[in-house]
Design a protein around this ligand. Structure first.
Ligand SMILES: [Zn+2]
Length: 430
């Protein structure tokens, strides 16, 4: 028998909001969407909206406790600090951090992550906590050898094999054009798994890739791979998502659109690191599939998808100097069906429609500072917060419920791992 959830509003995203809406769930999938009158009230969420679970198309759960590292530094020394500290911890710490990250995502109504993972720990965490994920194992070219990449990918994959499933899938992430050589890109593409990368994030990266000069040159990047070369070699495809895309020009936008490469907009991360504001409208108008991602507390301060939605809306309007540059409804689409398209999971998730996976978030709007009741998308986007998420469901199962979630151990283990990252003896009780 189907489980019914109902609320003041259901926002299918696939269609207009449904007042006094209900969702019927059977066998982990959405059986029907309609009104309470049609489907029955079932479990009633008063003063609330049911939305598709957010799809966080670019994250690093393993950086959940990296808050403030290198804040205020230029991008090149920032990333150098980051790499140096990361070397101080092992897989158990990375798993502890990733668990905290996965929990914070669920608490923010996120049901899927496209996660770039240094150790693969994201897979373990998402399997345990019930979050849907594509876990892109990160590979770099410290010395340009492909054997290293292959053995690294194989070793990580083998280690996380038991955590992989239909819900938690593996991919690969050549980290960027300045850390992965053409040869590594070739090898990564030959694996025929989903791919993710970081693209045109900072001005320094842009300058290094274009002319081999600028602040990146002093840090001797591993590579200077051109996007045009990847295109010419047939290595760009719709299996690839490219996070950031801040410094893209018309030519790059054309390349992304032509080859079906999706962009992931990370407005808070780009703002915090002083990288700029991605040209969201140009990307969309240029035919690029665009999703939304929180990145991680290493740059953006949190996995809070509501803050990301607001940043996307505010910055798009500020950049374009027009209030219709991004509506609340469009922002919500970016974080749900847009991100699902970016991860090529839109047949299964990203909207509330019969036949799709029952990945849902229930957002309470009671007491919210911004409640235009007649416009629930604006109420969710402009007034929502993790504190207002009552429940998060993945495959129809409640994976997070406000007030019924044990944060204590997750936070403590995360804090211990942070001490190690900072090179401090663990200072907290175990
Ligand atoms: Zn990233």
């Amino acid at each position: 028998m189907a489980t019914i959830l109902s609320a003041d509003w259901v926002l299918p995203v696939a269609g207009p909001p449904i007042r006094d809406g209900a969702v019927a769930i059977e066998g982990g999938r959405i059986e029907a969407v309609g009104t309470r009158d049609e489907l029955g009230a079932g479990v009633e969420y008063a003063g609330s909206a049911i939305v598709p679970g957010f799809v966080n198309a670019h994250s690093h759960l393993e950086y959940a406790v990296y808050a403030g590292f290198g804040d205020g530094l230029e991008f090149a020394p920032w990333i150098a600090t980051h790499i140096e500290r990361k070397a101080r911890i092992g897989v158990p710490e990375m798993e502890a951090i990733a668990r905290l990250g996965a929990a914070e995502c669920l608490a923010s109504g996120i049901t899927t992550v496209g996660d770039c993972s240094f150790s693969g720990a994201t897979a373990t965490a998402c399997d345990e906590l019930g979050l849907r994920a594509i876990v892109y194992i990160e590979v770099f070219s410290p010395d340009g050898t492909t054997e290293q990449m292959e053995s690294r990918f194989r070793a990580q994959r083998e280690r996380i094999e038991g955590s992989l499933s239909d819900r938690v899938r593996v991919g690969i992430s050549p980290h960027s054009l300045y850390t992965a050589t053409l040869e590594l890109w070739r090898e990564a593409a030959a694996l025929y798994v989903p791919m993710a990368t970081h693209l045109e994030e900072s001005e320094g990266e842009h300058e290094w890739l274009r002319s081999g000069t600028g602040p990146f040159a002093a840090h001797e990047p591993f590579a200077r791979t051109r996007l045009e070369t990847l295109a010419a070699e047939g290595l760009l495809s719709d299996r690839l998502t490219a996070a950031h895309c801040v410094w893209v020009d018309e030519l790059t936008i054309d390349l992304l659109a032509q080859h079906g490469v999706a962009a992931v907009h990370c407005p808070r991360s780009n703002a915090v690191l002083g990288c700029g504001i991605a040209p969201l409208r140009e990307l969309l108008d240029g035919g690029v599939t665009v999703g939304l991602g929180t990145d991680s507390p290493a740059s953006a301060p949190s996995f809070d998808m509501f803050e990301e939605l607001r940043a996307a809306l505010f910055l798009a309007r500020a950049r374009e100097r027009r209030p219709e540059a991004l509506t609340a409804t469009e922002a919500l689409e970016l974080a749900t069906i847009g991100s699902a398209r970016a991860l090529r999971l839109d047949d299964e998730i990203g909207s509330i429609a019969a036949g799709k996976r029952a990945d849902l978030a229930v957002v309470s709007l009671e007491g919210s500072p911004f409640v235009p009741w007649e416009d629930p998308a604006a109420a969710v986007v402009l007034g929502g917060s993790p504190g207002r998420v009552t429940a998060t469901l993945v495959d129809g199962e409640i994976r997070y419920e406000r007030g019924a979630f044990d944060w204590h151990e997750l936070r403590q283990k995360g804090a211990e791992a942070r001490d190690r990252l900072l090179g401090m003896p663990p200072s907290r009780d175990t």
